[in-house]
Design a protein around this ligand. Structure first.
Ligand SMILES: [Zn+2]
Length: 338
């Protein structure tokens, strides 16, 4: 056990991009055929919530800000002890944090090896979208997030996906773990995409371990989950909703990932799109798009020629048309820097 957490700590200190695959323990459950089949995913010990990590793609300036955010929005830490957890029923208004059908049972307070289970394990396939159960401010570190809700409650979710889709490589690509448009301390809206279900850390199978912390400490999230509103897809809080694409045009809400000055192709990860009839669709999985940007289209405030100045975790709008199978940008509205 000690070696696992030493390895996790080493992983934490190295950041996302250099994390060795071997540091992430993959345990495939042999328990699924044993009597209580619903109880086949769980954790083996306390969460590592030691201080923060940068996103692999986070700018140096944003990372410099992270320690202050960590002090301002520290992770809620669950008790790690064999003592009984509080049994009172609380009903926190929320949307269910995993989209589409999922299975879970009331495993809060279950005895594990020397400690009580401090949350509910929501089982779902890898890469199933996780959404904000309520609005508030988010902070996160590798494969865990927590939200300080406007409602006075905090929630925490962990075991987000750390694998390249279709593999078990534990490479910690942030674009397959979290929504691209999150920065520590950001406000998130109820139903907004947070990230993806996985089996990271000491999970024995893909699931979201979900905790609720009230003003008086940890509470059983089961009752809130039971009464939570289930979504069939993430929501996207569209800014400038009146600024619709024209006929034949698509508005993409995207985060910057790269630019090739030879081809004028910009690579982005799309968060949502809007068609000219006004319909908005939030993407439910990481979706990379290449968009051709001629120099006269990029505004002066959007330094494509110097892309390290373009933040990778802020959303901006691209109004584009399709031509011969390629997307051609017609207008770009740069990200808003707070
Ligand atoms: Zn759990």
């Amino acid at each position: 056990m000690v070696s696992i957490y030493t390895a996790m700590f080493a992983l934490t200190m190295q950041g996302f991009s250099q994390a060795p695959a071997s540091a992430v323990k993959e345990v495939h459950s042999h328990l699924s055929h044993i009597a209580n089949a619903v109880c086949c995913v769980q954790e083996k010990g306390p969460l590592d919530l030691s201080p923060p990590l940068s996103r692999g793609s986070m700018s140096a300036r944003a990372f410099d800000r992270a320690p202050a955010i960590w002090r301002e929005l520290p992770p809620p830490v669950a008790p790690y002890s064999p003592a009984n957890l509080p049994s009172d029923k609380v009903y926190v208004a929320m949307v269910f944090p995993v989209v589409n059908a999922t299975s879970y049972r009331n495993s809060f307070n279950d005895m594990r090896s020397g400690f009580r289970h401090t949350g509910i394990d929501i089982q779902a396939p890898k890469m199933r979208p996780i959404v904000a159960p309520f609005s508030g401010r988010i902070n996160f570190k590798i494969y865990s997030f927590w939200i300080y809700g406007d409602n006075g409650y905090r929630c925490l979710g962990t075991h987000l996906n750390d694998d390249t889709p279709g593999s078990n490589d534990g490479r910690n690509n942030m674009d397959f773990m979290f929504a691209p448009n999150l920065r520590p301390g950001d406000r998130v809206q109820m139903g907004q995409l947070i990230g993806y279900v996985g089996n990271s850390g000491d999970a024995t199978g893909p699931h979201l371990h979900f905790e609720i912390h009230g003003p008086k400490g940890i509470r059983n999230p089961y009752f809130s989950l039971k009464s939570g509103q289930k979504l069939s897809g993430p929501r996207f809080p569209l800014t400038r909703a009146s600024d619709r694409p024209s006929a034949g045009q698509t508005r993409f809400e995207v985060c910057f990932r790269g630019y090739n000055p030879k081809t004028n192709n910009m690579n982005v990860i799309a968060v949502a799109k809007q068609t000219s009839n006004g319909a908005v669709t939030a993407y439910a999985k990481p979706t990379f798009v290449n968009i051709n940007v001629r120099s006269e289209v990029a505004p002066d405030t959007f330094p494509l020629e110097n892309p390290t100045d373009v933040p990778t975790d802020r959303v901006f709008s691209v109004y584009a048309r399709q031509s011969n199978g390629a997307w051609i940008a017609q207008r770009i509205v740069p990200p808003v820097e707070e």
